[in-house]
Design a protein around this ligand. Structure first.
Ligand SMILES: Nc1nc2c(c(=O)[nH]1)N[C@H]1C(S)=C(S)[C@@H](COP(=O)(O)O)O[C@H]1N2
Ligand SMILES: [Mo]
Length: 274
């Protein structure tokens, strides 16, 4: 998919090649995660005592401003221990799925970034590289041209409620595969998703983003998303709490350094996995 080539009528889905392509950004999600874990284990070994320091102090360290100034070996150790934490506490296993008969429309929760009235015709998904340069803009039809996936999973809010929801959308990993030529393929380690006004923003690791259940979602309960639920496109990431399910995506930024996250800045855990 090349930028802005979907303005007209829907076009045929781009060829989808599910064959493993190790080293390419378009590899299937499970492979991408395996590669991520391999690299994490390797940097854990290389990290040595820095990794140990990270094990003792990562919870504190990762919330400090100093993180960006840490020397690379220390930083690798720190990130390796976050990887370890992820593996122990939030395995890459699939989130539970449910029969579609269990699904309901959830309550509307969280309206940050949804205030400006939605101009659906003018909406574009903007993709940025690590330096925040725009490398492509895409229409909703462009996203819909990707293979369609349905998922019935539980939306869990940190406020204590949950609802089984029927979602439909494109896999985030398929979108990355489709735009692989326009982003620094292989290089990104994090993804930042933001509302068009940038008022709400969530950050994900590469492994979270490339997980097979992470969707760029355009339908809820078999109908197009309504504006309060995130029209025209929202994130669905069943391995994480509702806060990460960003509604009304405006920008996807691929990053090397860990991006800010709306709720992490307000004291919540950065991953908010469950
Ligand atoms: N843009 C935006 N997306 C958001 C939020 C928000 O405030 N703004 N809140 C999040 C939270 S806390 C939850 S629980 C879910 C709720 O999704 P729903 O309103 O479709 O039930 O949206 C998430 N996505
Ligand atoms: Mo939430």
């Amino acid at each position: 998919m090349t930028p802005e080539d979907h303005k007209g009528p829907p076009v045929e889905a781009p060829p989808y090649d599910p064959a493993p392509k190790p080293g390419l950004v378009g590899e299937p999600a499970e492979l991408a995660e395996e590669e991520f874990r391999r690299r994490t284990r390797r940097s854990f070994l290389v990290g040595g005592s820095a990794a140990l320091a990270g094990a003792l102090g990562w919870r504190w360290l990762r919330h400090t401003e100093q993180e960006a100034r840490l020397a690379w070996p220390v930083r690798d150790g720190l990130e390796a221990n976050e990887g370890l934490w992820r593996t122990l506490h939030r395995p890459s296993a699939r989130a539970a799925t449910f029969p579609v008969s269990r699904a309901r429309i959830p309550r509307v929760n969280g309206r940050v970034g949804l205030d400006p009235p939605l101009d659906a015709a003018a909406w574009r998904l903007s993709v940025e590289g690590p330096d925040r340069q725009v490398v492509g803009t895409y229409t909703l039809d462009g996203v819909k041209a990707l293979p369609r996936h349905e998922l019935v999973t539980e939306l869990k809010c940190v406020e204590g409620w949950s609802e089984v929801v029927h979602w439909t959308g494109a896999r985030f990993s398929d979108f990355v595969a489709a735009i692989a030529e326009t982003i620094p393929a292989r290089l990104f380690r994090y993804v930042s998703l933001r509302t068009p006004d940038e008022a709400y923003f969530v950050a994900l690791t590469r492994a979270q983003a490339m997980h097979a259940q992470t969707l760029l979602c355009y339908e809820m309960q078999g109908a197009p998303l309504t504006p309060p639920h995130g029209a025209p496109l929202r994130l669905v990431i069943p391995g994480a709490y509702g806060v990460k399910h960003l509604k009304r995506i405006g920008t996807i930024r691929f990053a090397m350094d860990r991006p800010n996250d709306y709720w992490a800045l307000r004291g919540y855990d950065w991953y908010l996995g469950h």
